[in-house]
Write a protein that binds this ligand. Sequence first.
Ligand code: PMP
Length: 291
Amino acid sequence: MKIYLDGQFVEKEEAKISVFDHGLLYGDGIFEGIRLYRNCVYRLDEHLERLEYSAKALLLDMPWSRAELAELVCESCRVNGLSDGYIRLIVTRGVGSLGLSPNSCPKPSLIIIADKIALYPPESYTEGLSIVTVPTRRTGPASLNPGVKSLNYLNSIMAKIEAAQSGALEAIMLNDQGFVAECTGDNIFIVHKGILYTPDVANGALRGITRQAVIDIAQAAGYEVKEANLTRYEIWNAEECFLTGTAAELIPVVKLDTRVIGDGRPGKVTQQLHAAFHEEVGTHGSMISID
Ligand code: PMP
């Protein structure tokens, strides 16, 4: 496997960064997780736009244009002979002194890993996930805005640990007001009386690219989609529930805190949207040209 690191492709073993990189010292940096389906980098432009927004929010000046980043992502797939895979694009603040200030870091580092990913076991997709609500609350927009896809994922990691301690693979995180924000690395949807609901991003959710894809697909299929304030009560009484994320894709949820959702089986709307999503993915995005 070859990793892109600051201007060149290097072997995995050689892909190393400085211990003085503020990405390591403070989690000061940003990233995107992107999928490659059938030689098509899914919604690449949307991912790069979100990366730019994350950079702007952290006042991190990226010296690369969107077109340059897009080409490097495609090149990483080509170099590794991938036609399907998962790409992790990372921008760190770069090397600086031991103080917090990013002013000592003149040059951000760019890392692109093109690999494969399987987030949940295959049976979770056919049987559905049992998830739990965890005590750790989602960081509010007034502290670190969850819209920033930063290298500091401790808030989600704490929730992930708490989920595992309860024997679950995924967790619902509430915001400080008790509204559902999202899961540790996925957005959440419910279906109630044929209408799809997902928390408004103001509730502390990342503006997921898959979330938007599902909204687009659902609306095109004639479903109404509402961004709303959701509590656990709405999830208890939903007919269906599912999660979305680049790595997870669409995954059904059949239990929350041991309570059965709907009839306890992956729902029809979830299955329909999942199938439509898989049809869209190979075509909607940037093709990696292979000569
Ligand atoms: N929420 C969080 C906290 C995430 O890290 C992610 C990405 N893994 C998502 C939601 C889903 O976003 P996307 O569909 O863009 O991958």
